[in-house]
Design a protein around this ligand. Structure first.
Ligand code: APR
Length: 230
């Protein structure tokens, strides 16, 4: 059985990472255009760096929750037949033990050099404009896909969606494309589709089945249900 799991901010909510669009969400206190667009960065790199530096630093205070751990168990059982595609820029999937994760919206712990185009692992602040370890130019920006930019790994994601038997969406509002359209693509290719989310997502009607509740409960229960060895 080949499985693709798409995760969004909801899977990390119970770890203490704020979602974007809930009432206490990250976008409540910020204008998206200021901190999540190339134009916002051009206007004020220091504001954007401060925003992502704070979020990167906050990662130290959070840990994976039972939903992340359940997906790691699933990977142990399925190996290459599981692909987790995440919109999240935190590293909680990896810290739970997952090794096959595609970060389609980039990663907080990575920096993108506007000089040489390289992506480098970056656990530190960027506000002090450090030089790129590859080319020496001081033009490192957060390696985050902003609105108006093309997500990473779309070819691999499309291949996986076109060959999977089951597509599961966890903790995403279904408000942002292209991820919001994955359910339709997987379905068109013949996969069964399942939504696991706190409340019905915007695309809930596209799924064969939808279960609503906290990810820390729904994801482990679903993985147990599969009855896989390992
Ligand atoms: N368990 C399951 N789902 C939850 C939980 C929880 N404990 N808490 C919240 N949710 C759900 C919310 O009900 C909501 O439907 O998670 C969803 C989070 O939605 P968003 O905040 O919109 O986050 P996401 O879907 O990941 O956003 C997509 O938008 O702003 C951009 O690039 C950013 O990757 C992000 C993208």
């Amino acid at each position: 059985m080949r499985v693709v799991v798409l995760t969004g901010a909801g899977i990390s909510a119970e770890s203490g990472v704020p979602t974007f669009r809930d009432s206490d969400g990250l976008w409540e206190g910020h204008r998206v255009e200021d901190v999540a667009t190339p134009e916002g960065y051009e206007l004020s790199p220091s504001r954007v760096h401060a925003f992502y530096d704070a979020r990167r630093a906050a990662l130290a205070a959070v840990v994976p929750n039972p939903a992340h751990h359940a997906l790691a168990r699933l990977e142990t059982a399925l190996g290459d037949d599981l692909l987790v595609v995440t919109q999240n820029i935190d590293d909680l999937h990896e810290r739970a033990g997952l090794t096959r994760v595609l970060h389609m919206h980039g990663e907080l712990l990575s920096a993108l050099c506007r000089g040489c185009g390289g992506r480098v692992r970056w656990p530190d602040p960027l506000s002090d404009l450090p030089p790129c370890p590859r080319c020496g130019v001081c033009e490192l920006r957060p390696d985050v896909v902003w609105f108006g930019e093309v997500p990473y790994e779309m070819d691999r994601i499309h291949d996986a969606l076109s060959t999977c038997d089951l597509f599961v969406s966890v903790g995403t509002s279904g408000a942002v494309y292209p991820a919001a359209g994955f359910v339709q693509a997987a379905r068109a290719y013949g996969a069964r589709t399942l939504e696991l989310n706190l409340v019905p997502s915007e695309g809930t009607d596209w799924f064969h089945e939808a279960r609503h509740g906290p990810a820390s409960v729904l994801v482990p229960a679903w993985v147990d249900e599969l009855g896989l060895p390992g």
